[in-house]
Design a protein around this ligand. Structure first.
Ligand SMILES: [Zn+2]
Ligand SMILES: [Zn+2]
Length: 399
């Protein structure tokens, strides 16, 4: 890609190098979920430098700012997540993490830098904005807690549509994955404790073996995906932990299973969760054992509003980027909590990375920063534009 992609479209005087430097500074000092105090302080400083209004919102970490001002116009929001992961970085980059065991391995440093760039670019044309743009710098996405903290803080009040993005290593820079409907999965976790009756391994008939229950469960649970989920629907069930026993000649008292369930549709999700409980209880009973299930509730699926997806396609075209229909990701993303409150659009931004999310050598192409800013600015302009409001009204979003 040529160097002129390093200018922010239509914003003379603001160059992308500034936001590349911001991304690198964030990358150097990663902080874990709900510990983003220094990150928040840095974001505040950069926004204040550009004269962007910071709202008084009760959040311990993360912050909310606003650009625009026309009374009676629409209020839209953009969200970036700001937290890092407990991973030891192995990129060898000159701006690699200086915090041992912590790394921006999901590219949230990139999301944050792009949203700061968007704030700068929107600030430069504030008088022309036909409404208000709220900028949400959200903590604790990796723990799927931050979006609810932001919602509980009242930061979404008055917002009529919300937009967000995630970097996508397998898409080239300049390509944006935009689709209506499901984009990322509901991510539920489970812990199953099986209680049996221990005995001498040579006299199993004197007890109830929880290991036999656990072994049957691992395979029986897969029948939910193959027998209760339609061929055009989808679900994943993975047992990721299986613990039991203490010695070769003892039938133990207990067994423990843990794992995750991923679904893209709320009805399928409820059906799979219900079948999961039935299979666990049925198999446990069949072998004379009992089972207790504890759910680790994850975020619901990311479901994009059809009218906003249309708007996203129009913005990509107007900004000169290529839009593709992305393959949905079975990963979870707590942006979905906002979409339970207001219509929203979450997109995949091509970053041409060498590794997948959460890998110790994860990295991205920083030329995607000006692309993201150009796309967000165009999206804000189109969303706040009167004509697009009519489109939105017709389709049910942006009322
Ligand atoms: Zn992540
Ligand atoms: Zn992420």
């Amino acid at each position: 890609m040529s160097n002129d992609t390093y200018t922010i479209q239509g914003t003379p005087g603001i160059t992308a190098e500034r936001f590349v430097a911001i991304r690198r500074e964030l990358h150097r000092f990663p902080e874990l979920s709900n510990e983003e105090f220094e990150t928040t302080r840095r974001i505040r400083g950069w926004l204040e430098e550009a004269g962007v209004r910071i709202l008084d919102v009760p959040l311990a970490t993360g912050l909310v700012a606003e650009v625009g001002g026309l009374q009676g116009g629409l209020v839209i929001a953009f969200r970036a997540d700001i937290d890092a992961l407990p991973i030891q970085e192995e990129t060898g980059l000159p701006f690699a993490s200086t915090h041992p065991g912590k790394m921006h391995a999901c590219g949230h440093d990139f999301h944050t830098a792009a949203l700061i760039g968007t704030a700068y670019a929107l600030k430069a044309r504030e008088s022309q904005l036909k409404g208000m743009v709220r900028l949400i710098f959200q903590p604790a996405e990796e723990k799927a807690k931050g979006a609810r903290q932001v919602i509980d803080s009242g930061a979404l009040e008055g917002v009529q549509a919300i937009f967000g993005m995630h970097n996508k290593p397998d898409l080239p820079v300049g390509t944006i994955g935009i689709k209506s409907g499901p984009l990322m999965a509901a991510a539920d976790g489970f812990v199953v404790e099986i209680a049996g009756r221990g005995t001498h391994a040579a006299v199993p008939e004197a007890g109830n073996d929880p290991i036999v229950t656990a072994a049957h469960l691992v395979t029986a649970l897969q029948s939910i995906v193959s027998r209760n989920v339609g061929s055009l629907e989808s679900a994943v069930i993975s047992v990721t932990k299986l613990h039991s026993g203490t010695a070769w000649n003892v039938v133990p008292e207990q067994a423990l299973l843990e794992g995750t369930i991923r679904t893209f549709d709320e009805e399928v999700r409820q059906r799979v969760l219900k079948r999961f409980e039935e299979v666990v209880q049925g198999v446990a009973a069949a072998f004379g054992t009992t089972a207790a299930i504890r759910w680790i509730e994850g975020p619901p699926p990311v479901l994009n509003d059809p009218a906003l997806a249309e708007l996203g396609l129009a913005a990509a075209e107007a900004a000169g980027y290529r839009a593709v229909t992305p393959v949905p990701s079975p990963a979870g993303e707590d942006f979905s909590w906002y979409q339970r409150e207001v219509p929203g659009l979450f997109v995949f931004m091509g970053t041409d990375g060498p590794r997948e999310w959460h890998h110790p050598a994860f990295d991205l192409d920083e030329q995607a920063i000006p692309v993201s800013i150009g796309f967000f600015v165009k999206l804000a302009e189109l969303a706040l534009d009167g004509q697009q409001r009519e489109v939105g009204r017709k389709e049910g979003a942006l009322r």
